[in-house]
Design a protein around this ligand. Structure first.
Ligand code: ADP
Length: 614
């Protein structure tokens, strides 16, 4: 056993303790009672039998029966109550883990969330957990087994110690050699040996299973797709019937991937896993036989009475189970080590974003100035410059359009403005101070952004726009009017109408255009001094698009508005246009100036899209 498996489990246990101290305390109580539950009746039954066999009379026997019944019932009752509390706590562990992982994601800088390695770790953790609970769940289960084993071992030693210390009387015939220390040690040696080998074989069998985790990914996906989805998805039901597609699924299950009928696990189960597990169980039976023989022989030779026979046999079997459980727990701890390492690798991802502490001055006149200075940027782990030496200023109250072909770096500039990434070179200043020096939440409070790939919640319309379960209905209606979203008959409950059907079967489906209007309304409700719309009208039809732009001046009010688009429809409403080309600012000017210059990029773009606007 590597010591690192111990320390990994120790750390996992610390995490569980932080997630729920109650869970750990209940586990200790639960395993304690689980361990002593069989030992209590064992002890009192032995007393009862001894009393009857020794001719103690009906009165004494009755007393032992009462004690036996009372003690066993009390232990069972307490154990049942604790088990109930334990089950209630245990049922929450998946939620607790989900929360742990979600909190971690929320804690990370965006760059780490967005990185392929983080996403890979996320899938790996889920995959290991789905496979056999490997990771934090197994750590907890190992701990449960471990404590139960320790309690069982202590209890059973207490009940069996006198088996060894009670000598066979000297008149006991040939069996007096049982009294020698050497013989007792040999018996104990065989006992411990068999007890240890059996779970080692079973753990070895499990390790083959663990070793297939990587290869089992494909099989798990097959299960997920064919097993859970295929026959149940309504939109596949017609195809399934017409083409008899279940045959494909059956064929895939019969194939030779890890889980397939001809696959590696099937072969291992028939071969090594099966043999090792069978041997393990065989040895357990052999052990029982030897225990019976030893205890029976000592009783027969007169070392103790018939009552103790049940106690010692029961206690030794419990001891063997305890040791076996302990060894399996240690084996599982070892099997689990690499999986738990993956979990820690994820939990140890650092938040690398520099956090300043400056507050942003709250100005009634909204006079904030943003300046981008010699900004260059490469995405992490990539070689190409996505932005190169970009310099520009946002003037207060203006409507600025940033246009350029797809991939020219427009969205990237917005991500940098929002500090989702920090510049590779150069800087961005707010009122003359590097934005990294501001407290991030404070800094972000000056922006409302509608990203291209925004998401709405399956919650009521009003809550979506207010970004909260409580909101100002009047203001929500006002911003809805500003973006031109009419609440027609479909919105049966007005602002309380659920979007989508995930949480309410009466929820409504909204079109791409409606969703975009809702997202813009959400940004307006936020009422930040800078409004940034990234491709705000991409999902709208030309009429709806024209409508939005017609209202734009009114919508934007005194805010500074930045429109990003590869379509030039926004430009006619902009005071100033910045043309991006391959990560550079190519041209800056008004529509009228730029469109006159036949050599300009703007001229080229405008004329290639002119049919939409003329
Ligand atoms: P635009 O908004 O003008 O369409 P983007 O800013 O989205 O352009 O993209 C600029 C360039 O950066 C593109 O070449 C794109 O492939 C690349 N890019 C965008 N996001 C990432 C990312 N997360 N990692 C690596 N490259 C990216």
């Amino acid at each position: 056993m590597k010591s690192s498996a111990f320390s990994l489990n120790k750390r996992a246990l610390k995490i569980w303790w932080e997630l729920s101290p109650k869970l750990i305390l209940i586990i200790i109580a639960h395993t304690f009672f689980l361990s002593i539950k069989p030992l209590v009746p064992l002890f009192f039954t032995a007393r009862l039998i001894t009393s009857i066999a020794g001719g103690g009379g009906i009165g004494e026997a009755r007393t032992w029966v009462i004690i036996l019944v009372f003690a066993s019932s009390a232990v069972n009752l307490i154990s049942a109550l604790i088990t109930r509390a334990y089950m209630a706590e245990f049922n929450l562990i998946f939620h607790r883990l989900e929360k742990l992982y979600s909190d971690k994601f929320l804690d990370m800088d965006f760059q780490s969330v967005d990185s392929a390695s983080t996403q890979h770790l996320k899938y790996q953790i889920a995959q290991n957990q789905n496979y056999a609970g490997y990771g934090l769940i197994t750590s907890l289960e190992v701990t449960i087994s471990f404590t139960q084993a320790i309690f069982t071992i202590i209890g059973s030693i207490a009940l069996s110690i006198r088996l060894f210390t009670s000598p066979i009387p000297t008149g006991g015939g040939q069996l007096v050699f049982f009294n020698s220390l050497a013989f007792a040690l040999i018996f104990l040696g065989i006992l411990v040996g068999l007890t240890i080998i059996s779970p080692i074989l079973k753990t070895k069998a499990m390790s083959y299973w663990a070793a297939e985790a990587e290869g089992a990914k494909f099989g798990n996906r097959l299960f997920g797709f064919f097993g859970f989805n295929l026959a149940r998805e309504l939109d596949r039901a017609t195809d399934m019937r017409i083409y008899g597609q279940e045959g494909i699924a059956l064929h895939k299950f019969g194939a030779d991937h890890t889980f397939g009928l001809k696959g590696k696990l099937a072969k291992l189960t028939k071969g090594r896993i099966g043999i090792l597990a069978g041997l393990g169980h065989g040895l357990t039976s052999l052990l029982m036989g030897i225990v019976f023989l030893y205890v029976g022989a000592k009783a027969w030779a007169g070392a103790f009475g018939v009552g103790e026979v049940t106690q010692y046999v029961g206690a030794l079997m419990a001891l063997s189970e305890g040791v076996s459980l302990l060894i399996r727990a240690l084996g599982e701890m070892k099997n689990n080590a690499s999986f738990i390492e993956t979990t820690f690798e994820f939990l140890d991802i650092e938040n690398k974003m520099y956090q300043g502490s400056l507050t942003v001055e709250k100005r009634a006149d909204r006079k904030y100035e943003i300046e981008v200075k010699n900004l260059s940027f490469k995405y992490p782990e990539t070689e190409d410059w996505v932005l190169r030496n970009v310099s520009m200023k946002f003037e207060i109250g203006e409507r600025l359009a940033i246009v350029g072909a797809n991939g020219s770096g427009k969205t990237t500039l917005i991500k940098l403005l929002c500090r989702l990434y920090d510049p590779t070179e150069g800087e961005i200043l707010l009122n003359g101070i590097d934005i990294r020096k501001y407290d991030y939440k404070e800094y972000m409070s000056i922006y409302s952004v509608v990203f291209q790939d925004f998401k709405l919640f399956s919650l009521p319309l009003g809550e979506n726009i207010g970004s909260s379960s409580t909101y100002n209905g009047e203001r929500v209606n006002q911003v809805l009017e500003e973006v031109g979203l009419e609440l027609d008959d479909k919105y049966t409950k007005g602002l309380d109408t659920y979007l989508y059907k995930d949480l309410d079967e009466k929820g409504i489906e909204v079109s791409g255009g409606e969703a975009q209007k809702i997202a813009i309304a959400r940004a307006l409700y936020d009422d930040a001094p800078f409004l940034i719309l990234d491709e705000p009208t991409a999902s709208l039809d030309p009429i709806a698009e024209a409508e939005i732009y017609q209202h734009l001046n009114k919508i934007v009010g005194d805010k500074t508005a930045v429109f990003i688009s590869h379509r030039l429809s926004s430009c006619r409403f902009a005071d100033r246009i910045v043309v991006f080309d391959k990560g550079n600012v190519k041209e800056v000017g008004s529509h009228d100036d730029l469109v006159k210059d036949e050599d300009s990029k703007y001229y080229e773009l405008w004329h290639s899209q002119a049919q939409y606007y003329v």
